[in-house]
Design a protein around this ligand. Structure first.
Ligand code: RIB
Length: 330
């Protein structure tokens, strides 16, 4: 078996010193275009592949960033990840995706693995409000940008969507359709997005009661379970706001299976505007988030902070949500 092609083999083939090859690989700005072309040609001809951990040790970090999301089963995060990967690959970075599944313990373990991999920075939708895990990353020199979660300190970048406005928009739309009794079906009220959407919903009601049904997960199954619970109690509202589209699609299935007509008996609105919302048998009204853009902008902020720390200016960017009206509301 041939020994792997090394830097010395590339140097000999290109007619330069091993140090010049190392500069082309790690500090290409220090090498003339003609020399870079000769070395790159030799790399291609010989099939040279640098040893990742060696270059990582030398540079003190790898050309990778970490992305920690709450639920990789949610198309919302799939779209965010696509935006992240688009910008990262444009700038020569790989992305290591990790899923906290809403668990602080799992998230902490994933962040440790990312630190051991010497990632340049981490994009994270935190599983809760406790910032200590992120402080530990910063202490290791790893930059952090919050995604879909507003930062409350000037030295922390974040990209989020105004979920309070989103909640108000959703319930105002239900009220405009004549709703008199409204229920909010949500995931765990430890998740900041769920908390803020509830705050917005209650603002729209101006003190009128909002029935809150908290589920352990934000999945279609949880939405179906919430429907069954409300039907079993014989206490259906005339409108339901679900904290995300997955809950709403499950709710729609549960209501429909029980013979409840949407929107004639119960109006229904979700949140995110994932692709399945429009494709549903009764197309789902929703609150659209600029998901792909969230991923792109967060990555641009992170890599600017990583690659240009001296000129980087921290930003807390807040996008506005948008109402999308379909068949599930009047
Ligand atoms: O992660 C839970 C929810 O928060 C997602 O569905 C999306 O709405 C995010 O903002």
């Amino acid at each position: 078996m041939h020994s792997p092609v090394g830097i010395r083999d590339v140097a000999e083939r290109a007619g330069v010193s091993p140090g010049t090859v190392s500069n082309v690989l790690n500090r290409p700005e220090k090498v003339s275009a003609a020399t870079r072309a000769k070395v790159e040609e030799a790399v291609r001809e010989l099939g040279f592949v640098r040893h990742g951990s060696a270059s990582t040790l030398r540079a003190g970090h790898s050309k990778t960033i970490g992305l920690s999301v709450i639920d990789i089963g949610n198309p919302f995060f799939t779209d965010v990840t696509a935006g992240v990967e688009e910008v990262a690959s444009e700038l020569g970075y790989a992305v290591i995706l990790s899923n906290s599944a809403g668990s602080r313990t799992k998230e902490e373990r994933n962040l440790l693995v990312l630190a051991e991999q010497r990632v340049r920075g981490v994009l994270i939708t935190p599983s809760d409000e406790d910032p200590t895990r992120l402080d530990r990353l910063r202490d290791r020199g790893i930059r952090v940008v919050l995604v879909d979660h507003p930062a409350h300190r000037a030295d922390q970048c974040s990209v989020a969507v105004n979920d309070i406005v989103g909640g108000t928009t959703a319930v105002s739309h239900l009220l405009s359709g004549g709703a008199e009794s409204i229920a909010y079906v949500t995931g765990p009220l430890t998740i900041r997005q769920c908390i803020d959407r509830r705050v917005g919903a209650e603002r729209a009601l101006g003190g009128a009661p909002l029935r809150v049904i908290e589920m352990a997960a934000m999945t279609p199954r949880a939405g179906q379970q919430a429907a069954a619970k409300m039907i079993a109690e014989g206490d259906l509202p005339d409108a339901i706001f679900c904290a995300n589209d997955l809950l709403a699609l499950g709710m729609l299935r549960g209501l429909t299976h029980a013979g409840v007509r949407v929107p004639d008996d119960v109006a229904l609105i979700g949140y995110d505007d994932i692709d399945f919302a429009a494709a549903s048998a009764v197309s789902l009204s929703s609150i659209r988030q600029p998901t792909h853009q969230l991923g792109r902008v967060a990555t641009e902020l992170l890599l600017d902070e990583c690659d240009h720390p001296d000129t980087h200016a921290h930003q807390q960017i807040m996008f506005q949500p948008e109402l999308v009206i379909r068949e599930s509301t009047r």
